[in-house]
Design a protein around this ligand. Structure first.
Ligand SMILES: NC(=O)C1=CN([C@@H]2O[C@H](COP(=O)(O)OP(=O)(O)OC[C@H]3O[C@@H](n4cnc5c(N)ncnc54)[C@H](O)[C@@H]3O)[C@@H](O)[C@H]2O)C=CC1
Ligand SMILES: O=C(O)CCC(=O)C(=O)O
Length: 469
């Protein structure tokens, strides 16, 4: 069982500001800040939001890794937080050194926030994954430490789907090879084994945000779409769900993978699955590197079972740009580089200006909301609890946030502590072993706040107490 953490609470001080500016040229495919429920957390605010404080905002230390977009950086800096920004990920030893000190960390897909790393993060309140995938974070461990995790669930989905459409055509026409040959000075005009994609069958594995978006685009290009998913999902357009992965592999000319990294998806495409694929079919993987057994893919390509592949993700990816796509990192790298009609990209599926700007804003907004207001709306590892913001009309109010182990009798004890105060509103929810309670208390004096905090901290169920006022 995780021990309760003692967050170093920054000193009492000035209120925080909720202002932010946006470039008028930005296009958003996620709801922008200030748009309906996005910033207000589902509530239509009629009165001015009260700026809550337990801290000087400049006491909040944020570490942003992996070149998080400037929209997100600016928004966090605009709050007055201390923001350190690095373009790359960090090796584990350096990450551990840095994470000891910070209240917030922002990462993308390459920074592994394992239990070993998070154990050292004594002050960490919240993690922002500026991407879709959250497999790089030990979500359970984080929850047990009371560390909230937020991501951006669909802001780069369209970018991935568009990349895949480009790759389907490129593989069918062997564009990568023709272009390489021309770069080397060779004119090689061929039509053998080059195809139109019209009328071909695309098999999508994982029909979530990206898979379903790809389905729409592929049908618009004249393809037939089938999909396999562990959930029964509504087909979009004329797409058709098939009952098994094998059924999909037997029918598809192009197979595109869009599943998350889980225990079940490790080596989802292995020797047995390649044998089920049609002779001369194509594979695209822009999900996670662990989903494909690449050694088995190389073999399937050498015997012509697979006529081309586009890979955007790899089991081991380097922390920074450079000459890293070699066997030291992944044992089969040279084999892949030697094969014809293989498109290799450095995990750029979500790397567009549009996606990165939208992700920056979406995740930074969630972080600001969590730090300043305590609402967990959109958290991937804590129960989602949302309460309307305190307004300027709410004098002498405090917002009590108590993250605790989900064990019997806690609410009775918490309500005992709050019993002599006027609890205006209270919400509690649980997710597995963890529960999150928020209560707005009125007619409260500064000395009451300390007493409430000390009493809550003394409960055996406590993971983390925060009081915003
Ligand atoms: N290459 C890149 O830059 C990017 C890669 N990704 C990756 O793509 C993945 C998918 O993204 P979304 O579509 O947004 O996720 P999503 O969560 O919306 O959809 C995933 C779908 O996969 C299904 N699924 C899960 N396990 C499965 C299994 N064993 N077999 C079949 N279906 C299974 C789920 O039921 C769900 O419908 C992400 O988890 C991430 O790892 C996401 C964005 C960018
Ligand atoms: O762009 C990135 O850093 C990661 C994209 C990705 O794989 C994701 O969003 O899950």
């Amino acid at each position: 069982m995780a021990a309760p953490r003692n967050i170093v609470q920054p000193s009492l001080g000035e209120a925080v500001s909720y202002s932010m500016s946006l470039s008028p040229t930005n296009t958003f495919h996620s709801p922008p800040p200030g748009h309906g429920s996005f910033m207000t957390g589902g509530f239509d605010l009629r009165a001015a939001v009260k700026q809550l404080k337990p801290f000087n905002t400049e006491d909040i230390k944020i570490l942003l890794l992996e070149n998080v977009n400037e929209t997100g950086r600016d928004m966090l800096k605009g709050q007055g937080y201390q923001v350190e920004f690095l373009k790359t990920s960090l090796p584990e030893d350096q990450l551990i050194e840095k994470i000891r000190d910070v209240h917030v960390i922002g990462v993308r897909s390459k920074t592994h926030l394992t239990a070993k790393v998070l154990k050292e993060a004594k002050n960490l309140l919240v993690i922002g994954c500026f991407c879709i995938g959250t497999n790089q974070v030990d979500l359970d461990y984080a929850a047990k430490q009371g560390i909230a995790v937020f991501n951006s669930p669909f802001a780069n989905s369209r970018s991935v789907a568009e990349l895949v459409i480009g790759e389907i055509i490129s593989l069918a026409r062997q564009l990568g090879d023709r272009s390489l040959e021309m770069h080397r000075g060779t004119w090689n005009k061929v039509s053998a084994k080059c195809w139109e994609i019209r009328g071909k069958t695309l098999g999508i594995v994982g029909y979530g945000h990206i898979g379903s978006q790809l389905s729409v685009l592929a049908e618009a290009m004249g393809m037939s779409v089938i999909y396999y998913d562990i959930a029964t999902l509504m087909a979009i357009g004329s797409a058709r769900q098939v009952p098994t992965l094998e059924a999909l592999l037997e029918q598809a000319d192009f197979v595109s993978l869009h599943v998350p990294e889980t225990q079940d998806t490790a080596n989802l495409m292995s020797a047995k699955q390649f044998e089920c694929m049609k002779m001369g079919s194509y594979l695209i993987n822009a999900s996670r590197g662990t989903v494909v057994d690449i050694g088995a893919l190389v073999k399937a390509m050498r015997v012509g079972r697979v006529a081309g592949a586009a890979l955007d993700v790899y089991p081991n990816e380097p922390a920074a740009n450079g000459d890293y796509f070699v066997n030291n990192l992944n044992g089969w790298a040279e084999d892949l580089r030697g094969l014809g009609n293989v498109i290799l990209t450095p995990h750029i599926g979500g790397s567009t200006e549009e996606a990165q700007r939208a992700i920056g804003i979406e995740v930074a907004s969630a972080l600001v909301r969590y730090i300043n207001q305590g609402t967990t709306l959109g958290s991937v590892n804590l129960p989602e609890v949302n309460m309307r913001s305190l307004t300027l009309d709410d004098h002498e109010h405090a917002r009590v946030i108590y993250i605790h182990r989900n064990v019997p009798g806690v609410l009775r004890k918490v309500n005992g502590i709050l019993a002599d105060h006027n609890v205006d509103k209270q919400i509690s929810d649980s997710k597995g072993d963890i529960a999150y309670l928020m209560a707005d208390v009125s007619n409260i004096k500064t000395e009451d706040i300390k007493e409430i905090r000390d009493s809550l901290d003394a409960l055996s169920s406590r993971i983390l107490t925060r009081i915003l006022y």
